[in-house]
Design a protein around this ligand. Structure first.
Ligand code: TMP
Length: 696
């Protein structure tokens, strides 16, 4: 595949989303993607609403019509997915994208026209045409999307591919929200102004369908201006595995680890619950007396909640175990879904839907982050492919099955006694069933994955809410390297310090234990095998003494000078070794750690992650802690990863099983954006040369 040179200004950091959007060609493709994703979501809303409308008044008929659209929408992906990939790889890419957009424009625009031609007697045929369009549009999208994916590497330099892919993903799902807003506006607008059109009064959904068609047309026109797309097919020779094979093979290794299994089931469960809400939304809204605009609002609420949960999730309750947060958010989503089934008021339903989406969003982002941390590098790609395939398959089943089940159950009223009659509909019963399943998945995920056994949940939550987030120095940059034995911290600390010095910063390279005079003596006591067994509390206090001296005598003065402090181990080592390793009470160790470091936190902690079997095999010497058994070191590793997962902003986990240069490059990329706080050495040297500057 030819990599085209990209002339635009590339001074922005590689992971910056704004940076990748500065590439003109990618920006156009992205606009095309945004518009056609908008079309996809609007199409989903408009087609389900339209099918419900064409099906007439019957509860079961409406549900079945919607189930039909949703089922046919996902069917092509399951049945002809690999075939579509094959086609996508063989046609000219640019034409593929343009023609795909124009065809979808024509198909969507044809629906209102065909319906009008068939008249009110031809509702059945009109519904059939809606089904045909659904399948055709999906089949085209199946060719369009991989073509778009294959085109991105031609428009974006390699180091910006990740940012480009993130942006594509965010746009694909993020456009659901504006789509819901537009659908709501268009349908309420035509409802109110429809009478102005006299005998040509459009159905509220017609306008949404035309708008939707137009978004594809504009997307096609934007892409037509994109001459940077190389001619010919994408000829990606990589083996396109079928959905089924990905799933069957994926399960084989996902099911091996309890934690990964729990995460995957939880993530897929969250999506399934979202699918139930989306699949039933149109009819449920109707049950409560709402129309298409309310449908649009409810749909938008799901996605707004999801987006908010994904955005805030990583910042929420910092310090609370992410494994716990995952289980809690799933269970909460389940419990709230049960509430949704029982509510009878549209406004309350919408608010609750927002909160359910929020919980699902937290579960999704937390699960995804944990999965990324827990799955080994060489199988990570396959695991994520498996998760995505499972989501597609389960969504397909749920989206179609939920309205079908609701239709089968129908509407009933139950006479409890002479005064009380309870009405219930298929939609609310289905919600209730989904709620029970989701809550059960949440509880079991919480139990299986709990990494804070013995600490009651409420205490953990109160602690996360009330403890200070720590102190981050205003001047200077504080970086800690952490990791198990043999992770290569010292090598990386040296490489980082050398690079920082070359960049012109004052660097203080230090370590724990043993950076100060007292620390050196403490280090001797702590690590010398002749010390023999120490009480774990004694050990914790000696490490704490070393930390207090280190912070007061070395770190704080250096930061005040504006230096970059790179320390080989800091506070997390005691949480991991004395807390998780020695199994002292987590709360006690945390309090001690906070006190001994005066609550000072690194701006960035780099966790160099390597399996203990690999790390311990890297050297021969054996000090007191290295000599601990393997399961001690396994606990230490898990603890480091959990700390990193609970605060993505201040941590980065680096796979330390690679060659040092590769690791160092990754560390540098993460450190670079923090350096604005540090004072370049030359200026500092000038100031220290000036006695007044040195002693203000
Ligand atoms: P190292 O600096 O050569 O890795 O050795 C330090 C050892 O001390 C290592 O086994 C981890 C252990 N340690 C703790 O147990 N608690 C702490 O707070 C620190 C800083 C280190």
């Amino acid at each position: 595949m030819s990599q085209r040179s990209v002339p635009e200004d590339l001074s922005a950091p590689a992971h910056s989303l704004a940076g990748v959007l500065r590439l003109r060609a990618f920006r156009r493709l992205w606009i095309g993607l945004g518009l056609s994703s908008l079309g996809d979501w609007l199409g989903l809303l408009a087609l389900t609403a339209f099918a419900g409308e064409l099906a007439g008044e019957g509860y079961a008929e409406q549900n079945f019509a919607i189930a039909g659209v949703l089922f046919l929408r996902v069917l092509p992906a399951v049945v002809i997915g690999p075939l579509a990939g094959y086609v996508a790889d063989r046609l000219d890419r640019r034409w593929n994208l343009i023609v795909g957009d124009v065809l979808r424009f024509l198909l969507f625009a044809s629906i209102p026209v065909v319906t009008a031609m068939l008249g009110s007697d031809g509702r059945g045929q009109a519904l059939a045409w809606v089904y045909v369009v659904t399948v055709l549009v999906e089949a085209i999208s199946l060719v369009w999307l991989p073509t778009k994916d294959a085109t991105v590497p031609n428009l974006v330099p390699r180091e910006r591919l990740e940012a480009a892919n993130q942006l594509s993903l965010a746009t694909t799902y993020g456009s659901a929200l504006p789509a819901a807003g537009i659908f709501t506006l268009l349908t309420s607008w035509t409802q109110n102004l429809g009478s102005l059109f006299g005998p040509f009064e459009p159905s509220p959904v017609d306008v949404a369908l035309y708008f939707n068609a137009l978004s594809y047309l504009v997307s096609g026109l934007v892409i037509a201006t994109l001459h940077e797309i190389p001619k010919g097919s994408s000829v990606s020779e990589e083996d396109r595995t079928s959905l089924w094979r990905t799933i069957v093979e994926g399960w084989a290794f996902v099911s091996r680890t309890k934690l990964v299994r729990g995460l995957v089931i939880g993530i897929v469960g969250a999506f399934a619950a979202g699918g139930v809400v989306v699949g039933l939304a149109r009819v449920f809204v109707g049950d409560l007396g709402g129309g298409d605009p309310a449908y649009g609002i409810l749909f938008g609420a799901v996605f707004a909640g999801l987006a908010a949960g994904m955005w805030l999730g990583p910042r929420l309750l910092r310090g609370l175990s992410r494994r716990r947060l995952f289980g809690i958010s799933l269970t909460a989503a389940g419990a709230l879904l049960a509430g949704l089934a029982l509510l009878q008021d549209l406004v309350l339903v919408t608010l609750l839907t927002l909160v359910i989406g929020f919980c699902a969003g937290i579960a999704w982002i937390t699960g995804y982050t944990l999965l990324g941390l827990e799955v080994a590098d060489n199988v990570r790609g396959r695991t994520f492919a498996f998760v995505q395939s499972m989501i597609r398959l389960v969504l397909a089943l749920v989206l179609a099955a939920a309205p079908a089940l609701a239709g089968l159950i129908g509407t009933h009223s139950l006479r409890v006694n002479a005064d009380l009659t309870v009405n219930y509909t298929g939609a609310s019963i289905t919600f209730l069933l989904a709620a029970v399943v989701l809550a059960a998945v949440g509880v079991s995920a919480y139990r299986q994955m709990d990494d804070r056994r013995g600490v009651p949940l409420h205490r953990d939550v109160i602690r996360a809410l009330t403890t200070s987030p720590g102190i981050y120095a205003h001047q200077g940059v504080f970086i800690a390297l952490e990791g198990g034995e043999g992770a290569g911290k010292s090598t990386q600390a040296r490489m980082l310090a050398r690079w920082l010095e070359d960049e012109g910063y004052e660097v203080v390279l230090t370590r724990e234990p043993g950076a100060t005079e007292v620390g050196t003596r403490l280090r001797d006591i702590l690590l010398d095998p002749r010390t023999g067994a120490l009480s774990p509390r004694t050990e914790a206090l000696l490490y704490a003494a070393d930390k207090a001296e280190h912070v007061d005598a070395e770190i704080v003065p250096a930061l005040r000078r504006g230096a970059v402090v790179v320390t080989d181990r800091f506070v997390d080592s005691t949480l991991a070794y004395q807390g998780a390793g020695r199994q002292l009470r987590a709360e006690d160790v945390e309090r001690l750690a906070r006190w001994s470091t005066a609550d000072l936190r690194p701006h960035l902690t780099v966790v160099l992650d390597v399996p203990p079997t690999v790390g311990l095999g890297r050297f021969e010497g054996s000090d007191r802690l290295e000599a601990e058994p393997l399961h001690f070191h396994e606990r230490v590793r898990t603890s480091f990863l959990a700390l990193a997962a609970s605060d993505a902003e201040h941590y980065t986990v680096v796979d330390a099983s690679r060659v040092p240069e590769q690791i160092a490059a990754e560390v540098r990329a993460r450190v670079q954006p923090l350096l604005f706080r540090a004072r370049p050495r030359d200026r500092h040297a000038e100031q220290s040369a000036d006695p007044q500057g040195a002693n203000p």
